[in-house]
Every structure is written in structure tokens, then in C-alpha cells.
Design a protein around this ligand. Structure first.
Ligand code: PHE
Length: 455
């Protein structure tokens, strides 16, 4: 087992926050959040989402990072280090599996983004004379088997290169430059969206709640999206936390990660829905949404040619800092627990993720109509991981920290780096304990039962 003194550490205090925000901020914010909002009726969904993020996501992210920092291990090793029971390491193993599954379909969408870098450089968008043209072009590309699988391969290979070389330097340095740049570009796209005629309709859709559209399923979707967007419930935050030192303030870092992740999702929502309504498109489009709408915005804005190129480069990079964290979880597990060489683990699991990604890529063409429970392979992998495995993992992490580990030990560990919070605002810690012990597990449990159709 990798000994904790040999284990790599983040180079700077903000290194962890940047890398973890890099993991959190990705396709979940820019691609998935808008289309899930679109499919679930808009503002009411966003309100439920924000409640899930702060009342459940934030307390669980603190718990997960704490498990990693305390044990300096991968998800399976962390549970082994803290309990003698055979059950808990399986929770870690489910996380590793979920990470692998997410990597497979996530890379399909990230591959589209890679492909769109080329499309934007080639000037394809400027030929779109109607909003439908962008949608048709997207459908044409994704219905091409070779394009889908080729782009998937390119993206996975790039992700593998980073993890193969060791991630810290690349991610830490890269995130510092690229994350703010992504932020600025999103704001530019948002301003362009806001100044389109008809953008008000988009804002109404986003900010005026229509509660009639809310069902129990909306809450499950919001919870799943919160876990997915925060990279929570499968050990990514745990693994990144394992490279952290005891001087770092976990509650503060967690709040920063959660805040950044949420604000980027909202900005992406504004940028995209003002454009969707401003150009007369359909909000409930599904996974193709941003690829249908943004190219139109780019054709209409001054300098749109360049903004389009930079946007898809940044979208790819945002996806990359997330996919690296997914592959890192699987790699850390095989390195720590199975004594594999890092390089071998990356090669084997990168390749396997590519193979498992193929049916997801084919879900937009050859296998479009091969459905299990009404879902194609891509939708199934997406649903199972976000709406089942991540919330289940998050619930079990909360239960472990709340009941199994021992609250005295938990608080001793949490206090390192956040002494001030403990002495000056102790009530925050008490609220956290209540959320982790009662609120988060009970709520997640009810939502999961509902999703299984139990009530
Ligand atoms: N949070 C990432 C995103 O929003 C996806 C992700 C999920 C990454 C789980 C790691 C673990 O794009």
C-alpha cells in the first residue's frame, strides 16, 4: 500500500480547491444542467436543485473530503482503514465502479466538444441560416458512427496522458489559468444571450417558478444532478482530499467548491436559455441542447468565430479536468489496493472505458432504439450513475461519518485547519452534524425509495 509519506500532496493551499473545482466544474454544469433544467420545467427545478446542493451536497462533500484527508487513501482503502467491517469497503468499490461508468459516457459528450473545436475552426457555424440548421448538423455528426467513436477515442487518450504523467502539476497549474478564462468566456456568451431579442422569455423560464411542473421525480433529478455536478458520492472528492494536508480548512474549501460550481451552472443556464428562447428553439431538447443553441449565438455575435473556437476548447478542458478525476479514482484504487503500476492501471482502464463508451456513442445512431426500461445505453449509464449510485454512495458516506466512524474522532480530524470555525462559530459544526446524521441520509433515502417506485 502506498505509504502516506510517499504520497503526493497538492503544491499549494489553493491547489486542492482549484483541482477539486476542476473536477466539479465540467460538462455537468455547462452541458447537463441546462438540459436537465429544460426537461424539468425551469425555475422550480433550480430552486430545488440549490436546496439539494446546500442542504445535502455541502455537508456530504465535507464528509467525503474528510475521509480522504484522514486516511490518505483511495475510496476502498479509506473505508478499510477506518472500520473492520467487510461491508464498508464495498461502498468504496461501488464508487470506483461508478467513476468508471461515468468516465465511459462522459467521454462521449466530451468527444462531441472536441469535434466541435474542429467544426468551429472550419467555420461551419457561419453557414447556419436558421436555428434548425445547427440542430440538423449536430444530428448528422452524431449519427455518424466513426465520428462519435473517433472523438471518444481522442478525448480518452488525452485524459489518459494526464493521469499517466501524474496529475498534480498539470491540473493545479492548468486550473489556475483555465478556470477563470472559462468564467470570463461564459460571461461574454451570457451577455450576448441577454442582448438577444426575446431573451426575457428565457429569463422567465429560468427564474419564475411554475410549481405545477414539480413531481417527486423532479426532486430525484435535482438530487442526482447535485451529486453529479459536485463529483460527489463516488470517491473523487475523497481521492483528491487524500492529497491534502492537515493545515487546510475543509469546510471553507468545500464551501468555495460548491459556490463556484453552482454559480457556473447558473451562468451557463442564463447563457443558454436566453439563446434558446431568443432564437426560438425548444428548451426540452435533451442531451443535444447546447450543441443546437450555442453555434447560433456564435453566428450572431461580433467576433463569434473566435468566441466559438475558444468556447469549445474551454468546454473540452473543463470536461478534461473532470475526466482526469474520474480516471484518477480508478487508478488510485488499483495502485493502492492491487499494487498495480500507475502506468498499467491508466492504460488498462482508459482502454476499458473506451470500450464501454462505445455503446454510449452508438446510442445516438446504430443503437438508438435498443432500449432497456425505455432507455438506450447512454441514458441508462447516465441515469444509473447520477440518479442511483451517486446518491446511494452519498447517503452511505453520510451514515458512515455520522454513525460508524465515531463523532469524536470525526470532529478531531475536522478541526485540523479549521480551529477558528470551531472556536468562533461552533454552531456551524452543530448544524453540519445534524445535516450529516439526519437530514442528508433520510432525504436521500426517501428520494431513492421514490425512484424505485416504492411509494
Ligand atoms: N462533476 C463533473 C461535472 O460536472 C462530473 C463528475 C462526476 C466528475 C463525478 C467526477 C465525478 O462535469
Amino acid at each position: 500500500m502506498a505509504n502516506s509519506s510517499q504520497r503526493e500532496k497538492w503544491g499549494s493551499k489553493i491547489g486542492f480547491v482549484l483541482a477539486a473545482a476542476g473536477s466539479a466544474i465540467g460538462l455537468g454544469n455547462i452541458w447537463k444542467f441546462p438540459y436537465v433544467v429544460g426537461q424539468n420545467g425551469g425555475a422550480a427545478f433550480i430552486i430545488i436543485y440549490i436546496i439539494c446542493v446546500f442542504a445535502i451536497g455541502l455537508p456530504v462533500i465535507i464528509a467525503e473530503i474528510l475521509l480522504g484527508r484522514t486516511t490518505q487513501r483511495n475510496p476502498v482503502g479509506a473505508f478499510k482503514a477506518l472500520s473492520n467491517s467487510k461491508f464498508w469497503p464495498y461502498v468504496g468499490a461501488m464508487g470506483v465502479f461508478a467513476g468508471f461508468l461515468i468516465l465511459s459516457f462522459y467521454s462521449v459528450v466530451a468527444g462531441w466538444s472536441v469535434g466541435y473545436i474542429y467544426e468551429s475552426i472550419a467555420g461551419v457555424f457561419s453557414g447556419f441560416d436558421s436555428p434548425n440548421a445547427a440542430g440538423n448538423h449536430f444530428n448528422q455528426l452524431t449519427s455518424n458512427v466513426y465520428w462519435g467513436i473517433g472523438m471518444l477515442a481522442i478525448f480518452i487518450i488525452i485524459s489518459m496522458l494526464f493521469v499517466y504523467a501524474g496529475v498534480q502539476k498539470g491540473i493545479e497549474k492548468g486550473s489556475k489559468i483555465l478556470m477563470p478564462l472559462l468564467f470570463i468566456l461564459l460571461i461574454i456568451v451570457m451577455i450576448r444571450g441577454l442582448t438577444l431579442e426575446g431573451s426575457n422569455e428565457g429569463l422567465n423560464f429560468l427564474f419564475k417558478p411554475d410549481w405545477s411542473k414539480v413531481s417527486a421525480n423532479t426532486i430525484l433529478e435535482a438530487l442526482g444532478q447535485a451529486f453529479f455536478s459536485l463529483s460527489l458520492g463516488m470517491g473523487a472528492m475523497l481521492t483528491y482530499g487524500s492529497y491534502m494536508s492537515k493545515e487546510d480548512n475543509i469546510p471553507k474549501a468545500s464551501l468555495e467548491i460548491v459556490f463556484l460550481d453552482t454559480i457556473i451552472a447558473i451562468i451557463a443556464g442564463v447563457a443558454i436559455f436566453t439563446a434558446v428562447f431568443g432564437t426560438g428553439q425548444n428548451a426540452g431538447e435533451g442531451p443535444g441542447l447546447i450543441f443546437h443553441t450555442l453555434p447560433i449565438v456564435f453566428t450572431k455575435m461580433p467576433g463569434g468565430y473566435f468566441v466559438g473556437i475558444i468556447f469549445f476548447i474551454l468546454l473540452t478542458i473543463a470536461a478534461l479536468t473532470s475526466s482526469i478525476s474520474l480516471l484518477e479514482v480508478v487508478t488510485a484504487y488499483f495502485v493502492d489496493e492491487k499494487k498495480w503500476k500507475r502506468h498499467n492501471a491508466v492504460l488498462v482502464f482508459g482502454f476499458l472505458a473506451f470500450l464501454v463508451g462505445i455503446p454510449s456513442a452508438l446510442s445516438f445512431n446504430l443503437m438508438q432504439n435498443s432500449k432497456i426500461f425505455g432507455m438506450n445505453f447512454f441514458d441508462m449509464a447516465n441515469y444509473l450513475s447520477s440518479n442511483v449510485m451517486l446518491p446511494l454512495g452519498g447517503m452511505l458516506i453520510a451514515l458512515f461519518v455520522g454513525y460508524v466512524w465515531g463523532i469524536d474522532k470525526v470532529l478531531t480530524e475536522l478541526k485540523y485547519g479549521s480551529e477558528k470555525l470551531f472556536s468562533k462559530s461552533r454552531w456551524i459544526i452543530s448544524v453540519w452534524i445534524i445535516l450529516v446524521k439526519y437530514f442528508a441520509p433520510v432525504l436521500i433515502f426517501l428520494v431513492l425509495l421514490q425512484s424505485l417506485g416504492i411509494f
